[in-house]
Design a protein around this ligand. Structure first.
Ligand SMILES: [Zn+2]
Length: 102
């Protein structure tokens, strides 16, 4: 299971099940990822010179095991496999349709 930054992913379980978003950050140390506009939590911010105090919404990390890459061709969450192109470049491809997921 490989999820990388900028991947389009779908949440497979939990309260955000079925939601899709783009991976903003992968946190390898905790096996979690931050997905844009998914798993939003309210956070209090202290006032700074540039910002007033208040509540902001930020993305909370989601466990990688709850995420699956969405294939652009199938438009569904899919398992990916590793493949090596003729020029030696390593890529991930959709197990269903063979589309290359960059
Ligand atoms: Zn596919």
């Amino acid at each position: 299971m490989q999820i990388k930054k900028n991947d389009k992913v779908m949440v497979l379980s939990g309260k955000n099940k079925g939601k899709t978003g783009e991976v903003l950050q992968v946190i390898k140390s905790t096996n979690r990822a931050i997905v844009s506009k998914v798993n939003m939590v309210k956070k209090t911010v202290k006032p700074t010179q540039n910002q007033e105090a208040g509540l902001i919404e930020v993305e909370a990390p989601i466990n990688l095991t709850n995420l699956q890459v969405v294939c652009v061709k199938c438009n569904k969450p899919t398992r990916v496999k590793k493949d090596i192109l003729s020029d030696g470049k390593k890529v991930r491809v959709c197990k269903k349709c063979g589309e290359i997921i960059i």
